[in-house]
Design a protein around this ligand. Sequence first.
Ligand code: ADP
Length: 235
Amino acid sequence: MSRKPLMTVTNIAKKFGGFRALDGISLVVEPGEILGLVGPNGSGKTTLINVISGLYYPDHGSIHFQGVDIARLPMHKRSGLGINRTFQIPKPFKSLTVQENVNLAYHYGKNSVMAPDEALEFVNLSQYRDHLASELNSSQQKLLDLARALATGPKLLLIDELAAGLNHQELETVANHLKNLSQQNIALIVVEHHLGFVNQLTERVIVMNAGKEIFQGSLSQAAQDPTVAAVYLGT
Ligand code: ADP
């Protein structure tokens, strides 16, 4: 590939106490690519997202984003460079309205291309703009979380378990929206249990187990792989 990678993660390790949550993981993300991150519970997927977004610093390893090593930059600086995320359990400001939540994210974003109204439209929440975030149900809160992340103007969006709790139609809509983002050259790393959703979105997945990559390729190739099959047995 001739273009430069957006992000190169090299040999990242992260321990909690004596437990190795990430054990030498490396990956490359191209601009506008959708990369799926799958693997059994506890394999380190969310920890990797936390280390890339800056919630935690790695013990070892480097993360080059557009050529700059960001591995030890605080979260807000990474956000300013264009790395943003959604949470498995969204944390909106519950006493603010839906619109105010997105306005705030937009205000903090340095390179936003998507205005708050547009971000709300994008996730089909415009009709709730004047509701308090606390009035939204859990799937709507996930969509609000996505709208907030979009309003910051990301170049790389880290999406943690978006599908859980969304119904079939919402999933379809969100998948189309995410593909659309990718066409606008926003790269996505999608952590997901819902493999149908991953399959719809991405040509390349990394399968993790025990903090390591055990497979990289298409999801259908992964399904044929004996190592992948072994770690999924009984899960
Ligand atoms: P996954 O997202 O693949 O389910 P996680 O990254 O959430 O896996 O967790 C990987 C392992 O690291 C788990 O055993 C989890 O209990 C542990 N872990 C994650 N975060 C912490 C933390 N802040 N403190 C201690 N252990 C953690």
